[in-house]
Design a protein around this ligand. Sequence first.
Ligand code: TA6
Length: 300
Amino acid sequence: MLNELNQRFSIPCLTFGQNRDGLIFAKIQTAAGTGELFLQGAHVTAWSPVDHEPVLWLSQMSNFEKGKPIRGGVPICFPWFGPNEQDATLPAHGFARSQEWQFVNAQEKEGDAIELHLETAIDPFLLSFRVEFGAALKMTLKTQLPVDAKSAHSFEDALHTYFSVSNVRTISIHGLESTSFLDKVDHAKLKSATNVPILIDSETDRVYLNTLSDCILNDVQKKRAIRVAKLGSASTVVWNPWIDKSKRMADFGADEWPDMVCIETANIGDSRIQLAPGESHSTTAVISVGPLSLSSNRDL
Ligand code: TA6
């Protein structure tokens, strides 16, 4: 399989490798930056635009084993988000992140970018994932319900992006000030808009509702702002496990929580997507890095 991939798809900026547990990954190196993706879960695990520090966070404790989710990067949550409400024995966040995807194609794009295309099937859906590694990281998850499906079906999805930050206690997240949310740290209670940027000072697990807004992650210490733009997504999740939850996760270092925050591009709960036979839906996130764009003072 590895040799076949390297023969069929290898181009100067793309090579395939395999870890000791047999997981195959693609390494990207172009004039626009570097990146990495594992075929298991079509999981982007690294992206660094040229002249920038890594944008995505990956746990030092992560598994890289068959059938186990990777902790960090961009897990794809599908066809449900979080625990399965009907059957608690099913894996959290669905099947997509721990099953092998087929590598379909690699294409060089403008601006020294490269797009990878992968596919998989999760009954009754067909999934296609395209990720462009360039000056920006552009990811699109397309879900199709085949025309011969017997009835309509619905799903939840998320591009569960882990961002690398200098210190989660000093960052601010902008763009959700006027949006109400479900507070999963407080029994999923519905909370009204705070009208201020998000500051993380305790375990945070929020599902922002009915929002098409871009988010800006302002990291003063890293002197950078990360923009998360999106299409086809009506929910945004913001997560940091803080101290206690970090200790309860085996694949997460007890002292790693200050280094990351998740801003997830999703369709969850009332925003779950319903497809009729033959229909499809695309969820897109476009991540870019730039200079601090908002006042460097947290309390705006
Ligand atoms: O996206 C936030 C969340 O749903 C949290 O509730 C937390 O559990 C996180 O995902 C990680 O989930 P995982 O199944 O990867 O441990």
